[in-house]
Design a protein around this ligand. Structure first.
Ligand code: DP6
Length: 334
């Protein structure tokens, strides 16, 4: 590599309907279970990577949302760049990386999925390394498990797999199959005290983990079929159950992880009240944090959003429908 090479990619975050929680092989980031998500079209990360083989850089330089990043975040990105260079079979040059989220990083929205999907696509392209979508999904998985799903648009399943090549995501339904909305009720803007990365290694310490994993074949089937037939009641019932099962595993791990705030519970109870008393067809899921993700169809999204904004402890409501998978774009960040 003699010339400077630069590429920019964009990837949407995603919201899991059946959660990835628990790691089977930490070095390869193989999960304990398959997971299914919707790629978010309106909440995304844009990342530019420029490799600098002959230039002035002595080490990687990373900017996130305009600010220089160091410490564990920067190390995680550098380790991912190592993987890309290894795949290309080259000595690793330093790189300049800039990443920008179109949602506030402090909103508690998982940015690692969109960040590592965009980083994988941009870093490979900037090296002239041609990887198909499956190989990019496997690469992104090693940066962040959920990033393996953001390679694809619409509704996506990540196969647990048994090795590096087989633990990859694939699309289940395209984005235009069903216009579901994810309304994100932002409860806390603080960075979480226990990252998902360390939480995944604790799942097996919960006595409930085996029971959750054993229940998932059926739940995965229900979600696949509810997506195929656009059956929101079936989808919603199943995703609520799995979100609660995952949080039960978290709460009963050693040490115990308790991500909920009082407002989280208020949201869950409100959703059930709106369904029961007003017939509003809306269901919740919750990631590794206190925010509520409310899943509904566009016809009721405004009604749900205005009710959410009136709940104590809800600081903001963000909204996204399904969107495209990770892709190269022309507009570089530098
Ligand atoms: C609760 O993909 O963020 O959001 O692989 O350590 O980066 P790492 O974990 P991550 O875990 C996501 C956990 C989850 C559920 C999900 O998105 O499936």
């Amino acid at each position: 590599m003699t010339t400077t090479a630069k590429a920019t990619a964009r990837a949407g975050s995603n919201i899991a309907f059946i959660k990835y929680w628990g790691v089977a092989d930490a070095s390869l980031n193989l999960p304990l279970n398959n997971s299914i998500s919707m790629t978010l079209g309106d909440l995304y990360t844009t990342t530019t990577v420029e490799w600098d083989p002959d230039g002035p850089l002595k080490a990687d330089i990373l900017h996130i949302d305009g600010a220089a990043a160091a410490g564990s975040k920067a190390e995680r990105v550098s380790r991912h760049l190592d993987r890309v260079a290894r795949l290309a079979g080259i000595d690793r040059p330093p790189a300049r990386v800039a990443s920008r989220n179109n949602f506030p990083m402090a909103s508690g929205i998982a940015s690692s999925a969109s960040a590592f999907a965009a980083l994988s696509v941009a870093a490979a392209a900037a090296l002239g390394l041609h990887l198909d979508a499956s190989a990019l999904s496997a690469l992104a998985r090693k940066g962040s498990g959920s990033a393996s799903r953001s390679l694809f648009g619409g509704y996506v399943e990540w196969e647990r797999g048994c090795d590096d090549a087989s633990s990859i995501a694939h699309p289940l339904q395209p984005a235009d199959h069903w216009a579901l909305i994810d309304l994100v009720a932002v409860v806390s803007t603080a960075e979480k005290t226990v990252s998902s990365a360390s939480g995944h290694t604790l799942a097996h310490t919960s006595p409930l983990n085996t029971a959750r994993i054993a229940s998932l074949d059926r739940a995965l089937d229900q979600v696949r079929s509810a997506l195929a037939t656009r059956n929101l009641a079936e989808l919603g019932t199943t995703i609520e159950q799995d979100a609660l099962a995952m949080h039960a595993v978290m709460m009963t791990s050693t040490p115990s992880l308790l991500y909920w705030q009082p407002a989280t519970l208020a949201i869950l109870q409100a959703v059930r009240r709106w369904r029961a008393t007003e017939g509003l067809s809306v269901y919740f899921t919750i990631d590794a944090g206190p925010n509520g993700h409310l899943i509904c169809e566009p016809a009721v999204a405004t009604a749900v959003s205005s009710r959410l904004q009136q709940l104590d402890g809800v600081q903001a409501v963000l909204s996204s429908g399904p969107g495209a998978g990770a892709t190269l774009i022309q507009e570089a960040l530098f």
